[in-house]
Design a protein around this ligand. Structure first.
Ligand code: FCB
Length: 458
């Protein structure tokens, strides 16, 4: 374990935690919320472990004030949450559900009152089912509907939001949902995945303009899942496998958003299933951004698989793994940040997600001693500090997640929270990592505002 280099973090560095609507809110049938693709996906046997769903989740919809109390106790500068499209437009477009807007209005005000910057994401995977029924993200009309939704949300909240994130992880939303079928809506088609990815990116580009109109002073960005992808050996075939996987996971999205092009080698590879790109789309997608959010957890080691012709992920020997089976690899966060800074010259970077699932238990003393999570966060924050020290423009860091929550197809079996949630009672138990993160933030704030930390003078 390293101590994070204290001096690397500037005084205005944003310390945060993140979550998303479907994973924490619950209240799936309340106040006029429409059905989302995740409600439907969870209801289909075999999709989610133990047939669990986000129907109740952490019940954040009713308990948000208490949870903001926890965020305040942590000393968070910002809270990253997402807005559920089916609460705002239950049918995806058309009819606006005012009760849905009211909820986020109250949430934003409660955060502001607590001195915590609301850091909303507009799409964290809960597409209204009605839009999926009409074609989903492979259809261009879904990106057009997103503009209507963003316009509705920004008209209501835009006066109080300083940081907007359009889409969360378009790679996962497209490939896991439409390519591999392991996330909602559970389709398995490479052509659909590529078309979905294109329309997610297009929806992002269009949304940037809408957000700037409603919130002229706000900063706008996107959250991308970026992981280093490395060959398992120097063998030419393995190196090529890593290049290909980097092409579909990382470069596809980075090149589109930051350079206005899809990587030519990947377009060749996908020639038979090319996405439906209309004239001008890539210019929209590459609309200049104020920041790029990085979601990073691990790295992927790959080797060539002559049988399938596809890169194959291999488990690194002797690696320390989290409960997700993901390797603990703090240098990976440093590497992706330095790539954004060096290769793509991104003006501002947030680590919008980073964290680890471990099999936490409440001990006889009623506490959760999650030392592994603390060590993980400590090392990844140190990696962030190292990138800062080398000039990367990192403005903030968000732990995934504030609370244990619904981890998609893994249901409630994976705990990422700084706060343990006892699902049968919904009781919150701050873990040891909570106290550790609270103290780290307090030390940073003391460096930034020494006068506030010194005893009052008579
Ligand atoms: C990311 C997702 C987030 C959470 C973490 C563990 O890919 O954005 O919702 O599930 O992984």
């Amino acid at each position: 374990m390293h101590a994070e280099p204290l001096s690397a973090f500037p005084p205005d560095f944003v310390w945060g935690a993140a979550a998303s609507a479907y994973q924490i809110e619950g209240a799936a049938d309340e106040d006029g919320r429409g059905e989302s693709i995740w409600d439907r996906f969870c209801a289909t046997p075999g999709n989610v472990r133990s047939a669990e769903s986000g129907a109740v989740a952490c019940d954040f919809y009713h308990r948000y004030r208490d949870d903001i109390g926890l965020a305040r106790e942590l000393g968070l500068d910002a809270f990253r949450f997402s807005i559920a499209w089916p609460r705002i437009l239950p049918d995806g477009r058309g009819r606006v559900n005012t009760a849905g807007l009211d909820f986020y209005d109250r949430l934003v005000d409660a955060l502001l009152e607590a001195g915590i910057r609301p850091f909303p994401t507009l799409y964290h995977w809960d597409l209204p089912q009605a839009l999926e029924d009409a074609g989903g993200w492979p259809a261009r009309a879904t990106a057009e509907a997103f503009v209507e939704y963003v316009d509705t949300v920004a008209a209501r909240l835009g006066d109080r939001i300083a940081d907007w994130t359009t889409n969360n992880e378009p790679f996962c939303a497209s490939w896991l949902g439409y390519g591999w079928g392991v996330h909602a809506p559970g389709r398995r088609s490479v052509a659909d995945a590529l078309a979905a990815a294109h329309h997610l990116l297009l929806s992002h580009g269009w949304a940037v303009e809408v957000l700037r109109r409603h919130s002229p002073d706000a900063e706008v960005g996107i959250a991308l899942d970026l992981s280093p992808i490395q060959p398992v050996s120097d063998d030419a075939a393995d190196t090529e496998a890593a290049r290909v996987m980097d092409g579909s996971h990382n470069r596809w999205f980075l090149d589109a958003v930051l350079r206005g092009e899809y990587p030519p080698d990947m377009l060749d590879r996908f020639a038979q299933v090319a996405p439906p790109v209309a004239d001008g789309d890539l210019a929209v997608i590459a609309e200049p951004l104020d920041f790029v959010g990085v979601n990073n957890y691990s790295r992927w080691l790959v080797r060539a698989d002559p049988a399938s012709g596809e890169p194959l992920v291999v488990r690194p020997p002797e690696a320390q793994l989290t409960d997700m089976g993901w390797e603990v690899y703090p240098d990976g966060l440093y590497e992706v940040i330095m790539r954004l800074h060096g290769e793509y010259a991104v003006p501002k970077i947030y680590v919008t997600e980073n964290g680890a699932a471990f099999a936490d238990v409440v001990m006889h003393d009623g506490r959760v001693h999650d030392l592994e999570r603390q060590a993980y966060l400590e090392d990844y924050i140190a990696a962030t500090g190292r990138a800062l020290g080398e000039g990367a423009p990192i403005a903030g860091y968000f732990v995934w997640s504030l609370l244990d929550n619904f981890e998609w197809s893994y249901g409630y079996s994976k705990r990422f929270g700084l706060v343990y949630v006892d699902y049968p009672t919904l009781r919150r138990i701050p873990k040891d990592s909570f106290s550790w993160y609270r103290d780290l933030i307090a030390r940073r704030h003391a460096v930034a505002h020494p006068e506030a930390a010194s005893p009052a003078r008579a």
